[in-house]
Design a protein around this ligand. Structure first.
Ligand code: HEM
Length: 443
């Protein structure tokens, strides 16, 4: 452990050193590895330096808060002392504009108030219907494939398209599903451009036509024109007064009619829901399939009792949290675990690391859905964040995830082709590096 006494008093730009952490040279030589494998880097940083780590970065001063209490403190008790003006969210806003996920302050507060009720009521019922319909189609497709001898499938791809279908249909309705596919794919490719950008400290402004900027601009333009087309189509087919809403688009258009949001904001929220709601769910499902393949006793227990599916999904979100990084900027000095984090610092939280903290989790690396049987703890578990910025789609995602897992394992046995670790790509979410080929047989 590098003691703080052995570190310089300040990094460049007069940035004070207030917490232990790696030395500048140490970090510089590891940079390539950190970019390629950020999860072990963060996990080791906690083991080596403790629950609050300061990286030797002069501007902004950069802290990693790993402890369950510290992470909760930042998101809940001290939420007014931080905002989302970080590279993660400003890059994301290149795709989502000022949507619910990236907005701050009054803009965010007003938008959340408008959209929250839909997520409590209408969207939950819609999700249930769309999940059942999409599973029906998947079961038919798999039955055909398996009876033709095609038992080996890439479960990562399967879960991505299942989640995509459900996201598209709950947002834009089945009648728009052709457009939904295009719009969702455009969003995803723009999103991956965003990550590449956030990881590249030398990224040039978007108006400079580098190849990366051109492809990012193209993806955003494609997204904009697809949203435009969807809106035009829907304007010809507005919901008659008094009818139950068909999808999220009806909810957003009603908000526009009430002058709660304007056209640009409507576009930003559509992009936000695709970004936030699709790959996250798909990633969680993929890793659940992986874990249930490695732990066949758990797979059999779930097949015999569908009521275990929420526990399995929650435990998967602990071990493989799709949102593996959450960031904030401090607006004023914030004290966490007796360490002062100065104003204007970048604070990094990692559900991946916090979910493995021995102070909350016994035998943290073990996949044990039973530990979730009485619900999830308030501290040390943050797959959906916490506090006022808690994921607005949490209940939808939990419903979607548990319905899908229950149905999949009631009908199918899904076994791995080989044992061993599956390498992880930590990008927008966590994904298996080479997909997830599995054998699917009927139960
Ligand atoms: C397993 C699936 C999901 C995971 C793991 C997840 C994770 C998260 C996390 C960690 C945050 C907080 C980010 C922060 O505090 O910086 C968040 C916020 C958000 N999520 Fe989710 N999410 C999931 C599904 C969804 C779905 C299905 C939707 C919508 C259709 C959605 C929409 C949002 C939105 C709009 C926000 C911003 C909320 C606000 O700041 O008011 N998410 N999500």
């Amino acid at each position: 452990m590098t003691k703080i006494e052995n570190l310089p008093k300040r990094y460049g730009w007069n940035t004070p050193v207030t917490a232990p952490g790696p030395k500048g040279m140490q970090m510089l030589t590891m940079m390539k590895k950190i970019m390629a494998e950020p999860l072990p880097f963060l996990a080791n940083a906690r083991l080596q330096f403790g629950d609050v780590v300061q990286f030797p970065i002069p501007k902004p001063a950069t802290y990693f808060v790993a402890s369950p209490e510290g992470a909760r403190d930042i998101l809940v008790a001290k939420h007014k002392q931080v905002n989302k003006r970080t590279i993660q969210y400003t890059s994301l806003s290149l795709v989502t504009g000022e949507g619910l996920l990236t907005a701050d302050g009054e803009v965010w507060k007003q938008r959340r108030r408008i959209l929250q009720p839909a997520f409590h009521h209408e969207m939950i019922a819609l999700t249930q219907n769309e999940v059942v319909a999409a599973l029906d189609r998947l079961n038919q497709r798999w039955t055909k494939a398996v009876s033709a001898g095609d038992e080996i499938m890439d479960l990562d791809q399967e879960m991505m398209s299942l989640a995509l279908e459900i996201t598209g249909n709950t947002l834009f309705g089945t009648d728009l599903s052709g457009e939904a596919l295009e719009i969702t794919q455009a969003t995803i490719s723009a999103l991956h451009g965003v990550v590449a950008r956030a990881q590249n400290p030398l990224a040039l402004p978007l108006r400079i036509p580098t190849p990366a900027n051109q492809s990012m601009n193209k993806a955003v333009a494609l997204l904009d024109s697809a949203i435009d087309r969807i809106l035009k189509l829907r304007l010809k087919d507005r919901l008659p007064a008094g009818q139950p809403i068909r999808d999220m688009l009806d909810v957003l258009l009603a908000a526009q009619d009430a002058n709660d949001i304007n056209k640009e904001q409507l576009r930003d929220e559509i992009a936000t829901f695709i970004v936030a709601g699709h790959e996250t769910v798909a990633s969680a499902l993929t890793w659940a399939v992986h874990l249930l393949g490695k732990n066949m006793n758990e797979q059999e227990a779930l097949a015999a009792n569908s009521d275990r599916s929420l526990q399995v999904f929650n435990e998967t979100l602990r071990l493989y949290p799709p949102a593996w990084l959450i960031t904030r900027r401090t607006l004023e000095p914030v004290v966490v675990s007796d360490i002062e984090i100065p104003a204007n610092s970048l604070v990094i939280l990692s559900p991946w690391v916090t979910h493995r903290h021995e102070s909350v989790w016994q035998d943290p690396l073990k996949f044990n859905p039973d530990r979730m049987k009485d619900g999830v703890p308030q501290v040390g578990y943050l797959p959906f964040g916490a506090g006022p910025r808690l994921c607005i789609g949490r209940d939808m995602a939990l419903l979607e995830g548990s319905l899908i897992l229950a149905d999949l394992y009631r009908n199918w046995k899904i076994t791995p082709l080989q044992s061993g670790e599956v390498p992880i790509d930590a990008s927008v979410t966590l994904r298996p590096h080479n997909g997830l080929p599995m054998r699917v047989t009927a139960r």
